[in-house]
Write a protein that binds this ligand. Structure first.
Ligand SMILES: *Cc1c(COP(=O)(O)O)cnc(C)c1O
Length: 365
């Protein structure tokens, strides 16, 4: 039995995309970012497909624990470090690398009295002002972490760019100037680049790069698709037509009748809705592929269904395949129709959507 809607995840695409990153940044180590269920692609499956990365990175201890429980032994970095002192013991037991971004976390590592040592990244706020030690605190934080006895080796220095996807950005230039002053005098590892920086900023291809989105084959650069950057999109969101009917001019479809046919229109109903992560905010006329032909969204997105206007001469029938996004209908293009970014569409695919994996590495079969 085939289940719909479903996401089809091409794991070979993930390893292809990792190799593209390696070609662009051949001298760098790669921290593969698989937070938020690997951007909706499945945490464990993505971890296995990206096992060739130098480390995996997640946002929360819970995500790291899921990986360890599944037997993933790769180095794992907690991008936001631990949230409470209690989590230090878990991090120690599981061998997690910590980002240290605030004075509390610095205190916890200074006070650590267990036998375990931690690999740490000191996070420097160079202008994003979200996490990290600010300019006035840099020297003290660097000095404190350098003296810390619970560290395994020298801490790394890390920063995050606020607008890496904007070419020739003033704030980015300032951020990099601040960071390189610190990094020049630093004996340990450094890390700056997210996906966008990997593609746009050769000067950030140093130390460790931290791609997320690009590993899933999606472009971090506005106006470009992953395919245009040599990447392979890994996710397809697919469903089926579950109804098709002929409407007359003046008939409307869906809740609140927000769309009314101006002429005779064949309308298909697709089994996908906001309960699956197909955003209610998609604008009228958002494209949908029915078979190989483009149709357009009409009426409200409901929890389990959407309505699409089919071509007048369409022969589409119940059971026909529908693509919501995937290589033939790039998620980058879809995001624009919902006034969002592809990250949000990918992460939003809900747990009830059946996941099917292609290119499963032998260890998983
Ligand atoms: C999520 C995240 C990344 C990955 O960003 P992409 O834009 O998906 O490449 C890198 N670094 C940090 C600190 C992050 O939180």
């Amino acid at each position: 039995m085939e289940r719909f809607p479903r996401v089809v995840i091409d794991l070979a695409a993930l390893s292809h995309n990792l190799s593209v990153i390696r070609e662009i940044a051949p001298d760098c180590k790669v921290m593969a970012v698989i937070k938020a269920n690997a951007y909706g692609h499945g945490l464990i499956a993505a971890a296995r497909a990206l096992a060739g990365a130098d480390a995996l990175a997640v946002a929360r201890v819970d995500e790291a624990l899921l990986l360890r429980e599944a037997g993933v032994r790769n180095p794992i970095v907690l991008l936001e470090g631990v949230f409470e002192a209690d989590e230090m013991a878990v991090a120690a037991e599981q061998g997690l690398s910590l980002v240290v971004h605030n004075p509390q976390q610095l205190g916890w590592i200074e006070q650590w009295s267990g036998p375990e040592k931690f690999r740490c990244w000191l996070k420097i706020d160079t202008g994003m002002h979200r996490l990290g030690f600010g300019v006035a605190e840099h020297d003290e934080a660097i000095e404190r972490i350098s003296r810390c006895r619970a560290l395994a080796g020298t801490a790394g220095l890390m920063t995050h760019l606020a607008s890496a996807e904007c070419a020739d950005d003033e704030v980015t230039r300032e951020q990099l100037a601040i960071f390189s002053r610190l990094a020049e005098a630093w004996p340990g590892e450094v890390s700056i680049a997210n996906s966008a920086a990997v593609f746009l900023r050769p000067d950030t291809r140093c130390g460790w790069v931290r791609p997320g989105l690009a590993l899933y084959g999606v472009s971090p650069l506005p106006g470009k698709t992953g395919a245009e950057l040599g990447l392979k999109p890994a996710m397809r969101l697919e469903s089926r037509l579950i109804s098709a009917r002929q409407l007359r001019a003046g008939d409307s479809v869906g809740y609140n009748s927000i769309w009314t046919a101006s002429e005779a229109t064949r309308v298909g109903i697709v089994a996908v809705g906001y309960g699956d992560g197909y955003l209610r905010g998609f604008a009228p006329d958002t494209p949908v592929l029915v078979g190989t032909r483009r149709a357009r969204l009409v009426g409200r997105v409901s929890m389990d269904m959407i309505a699409v206007a089919l071509d007048p001469d369409s022969s589409a029938e119940v059971g026909d395949p529908v693509l919501l996004w995937g290589s033939e209908l790039p998620v980058e293009e879809l995001a624009v129709h919902a006034g969002t970014i592809p990250y949000e569409l990918l992460c939003n695919v809900s747990a009830r959507v059946h996941a099917e994996y292609l290119g499963v590495p032998p260890r998983m079969a």
